[in-house]
Design a protein around this ligand. Structure first.
Ligand SMILES: O=C(CO)COP(=O)(O)O
Length: 274
């Protein structure tokens, strides 16, 4: 969601938890319930900071039941979707099914999908189209590996991923687009990109969106940072003018830590390293 204040775009920060292949469907209910209570006790204002979780597919029905039953303000989505809607695609999950489960968002192109499952920009483009077809907000993940960073090609590499996944799509179709910059070398390693690195790439992503579409469009797109985000480093990362939130892996499995990350406005960093 983006609003305008005195002619300036205000992008609502999004703190999202990617559970990856962790937490079964019973644990999922307990985790989301505890998260909601903790945020409630902390007086969390969801209009100021949006909160999403990305559980495994098998957890989604339970999360839906809890969120709708208890009227929780936590959003949820899937970690992947098929580029197809139905048919002989064993093991794949359609965006139509996700929509029916109340998902509002879907991760596309997480580096672990790119690396472990060999997902290409072409396939991710088709998945993005599928997400849009079913009214799901695509959270498009991009980012470079260590070799690319060390060679100094991280910006060109990341922007090429962005361009590849968005190919052929119009600004009108992408009004809800969220981009997550996740340098692969910072994922699950405890190494975190410095606040300057996160800001540099977020600004470059926004400039690319302005070039592909318009500045006005680019100003509305939220760009998240992901990679070893913790409560002790989140405030400085999100201080970057173009960094609009965080995609959190490991730390999102710990409710107390994740709620501290969500309350990033209330505390300052105790250290940059994860
Ligand atoms: O991959 C990530 C989120 O999608 C980041 O994971 P970590 O926060 O565990 O480094």
């Amino acid at each position: 969601m983006t609003t305008q204040k005195n002619g300036v775009f205000v992008r609502r920060p999004l703190i999202a938890g990617n559970w990856k292949m962790n937490i079964d469907h019973m644990e999922a209910i307990a985790l989301v319930q505890k998260l909601a209570w903790t945020l409630n006790d902390a007086g969390h204002d969801y209009d100021r900071v949006q909160v999403s979780v990305f559980p495994p597919f098998t957890d989604l029905r339970g999360v839906q039941t809890l969120v709708t039953g208890d009227k929780l303000s936590i959003d949820y989505g899937a970690q992947d979707l098929s580029d197809q809607d139905s048919g002989a695609y064993t093991g794949d999950i359609s965006g139509a099914f996700l929509k029916k489960l109340g998902c509002t968002q879907v991760l596309i192109g997480h580096s672990e999908r790119r690396e472990v499952h060999g997902e290409t920009d072409e396939l991710l483009n088709a998945k993005l189209v599928a997400a849009l077809r079913h009214g799901l907000t695509p959270v498009l993940c991009v980012g470079e590996g260590l070799d690319v960073r060390e060679a100094g090609n991280h910006v060109a590499h990341t922007l090429a991923q962005l361009e590849g996944a968005l190919a052929g799509r119009s600004a009108e179709e992408l009004t809800e687009l969220v981009v997550a910059y996740e340098p692969v070398w910072a994922i699950g390693t405890g190494k975190v990109a410095g606040p300057e690195d996160a800001q540099e790439m977020s600004a470059a992503i926004r400039a690319k969106l302005a070039e592909l579409y318009s500045q006005e469009f680019a100003d509305t797109v939220r760009v998240l940072y992901g990679g070893s985000v913790k409560s002790k480093n989140v405030a400085s990362i999100l201080a970057g003018a173009d960094v609009d939130g965080a995609l959190v892996g490991g730390a999102s499995l710990d409710t107390d830590e994740f709620s501290k990350i969500i309350s990033f406005e209330k505390h300052t960093d105790t250290g940059v390293q994860g």
